[in-house]
Design a protein around this ligand. Sequence first.
Ligand code: A3P
Length: 322
Amino acid sequence: AGGPPSMAGGPGRCLGLAWQGTGRLPPPPAPSLCPAASSRSSCLCSCPCSCPSTSSTAWPSAAPGSKRLPQAIIVGVKKGGTRALLEFLRVHPDVRAAGAEPHFFDRGYERGFGWYRELMPRTLDGQITMEKTPSYFVTKEAPARISAMSKGTKLIVVVRDPVTRAISDYTQTLSKKPDIPTFESLTFKNRTTGLIDTSWSAIQIGIYAKHLENWLLYFPIGQILFVSGERLISDPAGELGRVQDFLGLKRIITDKHFYFNKTKGFPCLKKAEGSSKPHCLGKTKGRTHPNIDREVVQRLREFYRPFNMKFYQMTGHDFGWD
Ligand code: A3P
């Protein structure tokens, strides 16, 4: 059962993967067809244990709904604002999302789709299953692998000014390893000539046009939504409106859901998912960045400009970084 599960929306062969290694369920009796799936295009994988519990052959389960492979994934970018977007989207009653980053298409692919599906929350018919793993955007194999799961997967990329993104990335590393060299010294291969070290991941990730080319080999541009990380902060409801439209969801998340928390310096939710209390993201989101030498910032702006222009051209959207 090494290949991807049937995703065609019709009955598919049971791959017998969902129970493996979980220690919770015995193996299903025998490979079987997902029953009468024509009315349930979301019956993705056809093991009895993963079919909707209304199904006649459903494996017994106390919880309602079933685990499905994601129909939409936030694939990037690291430090773009991916956690904020997912937390905001979860407020929607028709969105259910895995909490932690699964890292399936970059680090866990050998574990198989059954393992991946087990990480997903249960959903009812009509609800969308989502996950976010920002490193997918820069993983060479990810587009082909996601396309092999389903060509119809909707992809979301939160992008942010690549210079600020690089500094944010560095700030995160610095918080874990205070002894690393300065941002300025890591930026250059040769500071005298101004040669940028593009092999440093903090720099590399921000060359969005280059990474996007890889995705366009497998997905049409219309299947990828680009969310502005800057607008997600200045106008979260506006960006969430675009995301809900893209996902085919009713516009339920509006400006009524947000307030600006002055202490945090960011928009927060008036009520978090499943709670009546206000909720801001944690301390690791919205860190204070160190001051970076202005000339170095300037040199980085020059470096990214042509890649940004290409990216604006490819996406048909000027993100206003230049
Ligand atoms: P900084 O910590 O550098 O400010 P990710 O979740 O992809 O790691 O992105 C983290 C970034 O999300 C933060 O980077 C912050 O700028 C941004 N962000 C966007 N909306 C936010 C919000 N409402 N609360 C906190 N951070 C938010």
